[in-house]
Design a binder for this molecule. Structure first.
Ligand code: F6P
Length: 341
């Protein structure tokens, strides 16, 4: 078979590990051939290809980012986009695609499957908010990066009697905030899933200062106070209609300064959480996903996504992955609040 591989959406540590596993097993075990599509769905749309042999995937396991590059192009938003993709795949003799991506990329994969394109999906996002898989690769690395930052911030905060607000990624889901906050011993953890009471946060910060303790507040980029809306709290939205990175973190640090008279700083981790080398856990998960994805292609089991369920890698219908976001469930809010006393 001739198989196309693409990576779409925001990059994520472990993408290269998936590509490597797909190609190594695809060539070595099954004797398939590969075409690399560059820049997500823009690749098959504009015939942007690159060779993808065992040689290209040598040495990429520890490398962050994606050798195939990425984009947020959605062919369904482009006039005649889908027809162009189908024609290009036919012209290149590509029988099947492995699409590695998050909600948007896999959403396109789902629709293309319905239109007769042979696709197998691989879930990725540092946010861990994809449905139908217990975990996504990239999440563990992002949490470790944020945890290390929080560890460092504790010592500088206490030396200067300051509060530090650490803003982590997570527009709709607070998985990174919850796990990094727990791992880093944060005093307050604020998630997008539950609006927070600013007065409670301020009272807690004040209480901590009274016992000579410099509080660390971890906040997800999409968290909001109970009585604020995104625009008034964070200023203008960006050109995609999203809250600006740093908007809520800086706002909260300012509120702490104004309402407690203490010093506060905001640290916005942003894309540092996405870049660089994957953790061992993410390398293994990404590799297992890649191996399972090429097995699914080889079995011609299309319209499926590989997923982690417990400790096993299973196949689920692609539609399962994208029907809703996996946010932090209510029963886990107590973990975020346990140190908020
Ligand atoms: O999907 C991962 C993510 O990192 C989100 O947490 C974040 O809101 C978004 O991507 C940022 O996207 P961009 O790279 O387009 O700024």
């Amino acid at each position: 078979m001739r198989i196309g591989v693409l990576t779409g959406g925001g990059d994520c540590p472990g993408l290269n590990a998936v590509i490597r596993a797909v190609v190594r097993k695809g060539v070595g075990t099954y004797g398939h051939e590969f075409v690399g599509f560059r820049d997500g769905w823009k690749g098959p749309l504009e015939n942007k290809t690159m060779p993808l042999t065992v040689k290209e995937v040598r040495g990429i396991l520890p490398r962050g980012g994606t050798i195939l590059r990425s984009s947020r192009t959605n062919p369904f938003k482009i006039e005649g986009g889908v027809e162009r993709i189908k024609a290009n795949l036919a012209e290149l003799g590509v029988d099947a695609l492995v699409a590695i991506g998050g909600e948007d990329t896999l959403g396109v994969a789902t629709k293309l499957t319905d239109l007769g394109v042979n696709v197998v999906g691989v879930p990725k996002t540092i946010d861990n908010d994809l449905n139908a898989t217990d975990l996504t690769f990239g999440f563990d690395t992002a949490v470790n990066i944020a945890m290390e930052a929080i560890d460092r911030l504790h010592t500088t905060a206490e030396s200067h009697h300051r509060a530090v607000v650490v803003e982590v990624m997570g527009r709709h889901a607070g998985w990174i905030a919850l796990h990094a906050g727990l791992a880093g011993g944060a005093n307050v953890i604020l998630l997008p899933e539950r609006r927070f009471d600013l007065a409670d946060v301020i009272a807690h910060v004040q209480k901590r200062f009274e016992i000579d303790y410099s509080p660390i507040i971890v906040i997800a980029e999409g968290a909001m106070p109970a009585d604020g809306d995104m625009v008034t709290v964070t200023g203008e939205l960006d050109s995609f209609g999203h809250v600006r990175l740093g908007g809520i973190g800086n706002w909260l640090a300012q509120q702490i300064v104004q309402q407690t008279g203490k010093e506060a700083r905001a640290v916005v981790l942003g894309h540092i959480q996405r870049g660089g080398t994957p953790s061992a856990f993410d390398r293994v998960l990404a590799t297992r996903f890649g191996l399972a994805a090429i097995d699914a292609v080889n079995d011609r089991d299309f319209g499926k996504m590989v997923a982690l369920r417990g400790t096993e890698i299973i196949r689920v219908p692609l539609i399962e992955a994208t029907k809703e976001l996996k946010t932090v469930p209510a029963h886990r809010f107590a973990e975020a609040e346990a140190f908020f006393d």
